[in-house]
Design a protein around this ligand. Structure first.
Ligand code: SF4
Ligand code: SF4
Length: 199
């Protein structure tokens, strides 16, 4: 039994600046590193702190997994977070993106906009360990499936990280029945995956 309060959170991207995507390696095509040329500069997420990112850089750190848009229950005594597979009513289950991002607060007033300082201070205990913001705040690199690394926005789905086709909508679940939908996977690193080391 979980005594807790429901919380929702967001941080997703509607516009995506593809110009800052790193090129993905293609089979059979020599990488730039294979040639004697000046090393490529480190990408912005390796050189800047979260607080230093501009708006486009900040938004692009979201891999669009959709995990933070799932309902969570928090034990009021211990603070422990319990995940559910019940998604915010605005979450598109195929794209894992918010279906009404610009005016989402008209429909979901408690949708949380992440603050860099709060991410760094680990206030958001419910951010999944694979979240791009949490990885960078923890001094780690992004995972291979992140669109900024792969150059492909679909890799977050192919890697089984996104919520695509794994959730149900909160419009179909009474709030007092959320406990029937507890799951572990949104708060876990997938089997066989190791988080990048801290730099
Ligand atoms: S958990 Fe992090 S990376 Fe995933 S959608 Fe939310 S903010 Fe973006
Ligand atoms: S309003 Fe949009 S961004 Fe906020 S939790 Fe719901 S789906 Fe996610």
């Amino acid at each position: 039994m979980v005594d807790g309060s429901l919380s929702k959170a967001h941080v997703r991207v509607e516009s995506f600046d593809r110009s800052i995507l790193r090129r993905a390696a293609k089979p059979g095509v020599p990488a730039l590193d294979d040639f004697e040329s000046p090393a490529e500069p480190l990408p912005f997420w390796r050189t800047k702190r979260l607080e230093e990112l501009d708006r486009d850089e900040w938004e692009s750190l979201c891999d669009r997994c959709g995990r933070c848009c799932l309902n969570k229950l928090e034990d009021e005594e211990t603070g422990e977070i319990y995940w559910t597979n019940v998604a915010c009513r605005l979450l598109d289950h195929a794209s894992a993106c918010c279906s009404s991002y610009p005016n989402r607060h008209d429909f979901v007033p408690d949708c949380i906009e992440l603050d860099p300082d709060e991410v760094v201070s680990q206030t958001y205990t419910w951010l999944p360990p694979t979240c791009g913001y949490r990885l960078i705040a923890g001094g780690r690199d992004l995972m291979w499936w992140h669109p900024l690394v792969s150059g492909d926005p679909d890799t977050v789905h192919a890697a089984g990280i996104s919520i695509r086709n794994r959730v149900i909508s909160e419009v179909d679940v009474p709030e007092d029945r959320l406990e029937d939908h507890l799951v572990d996977w949104p708060g876990l690193v997938p089997d066989g995956t190791t988080l990048p080391p801290r730099s």
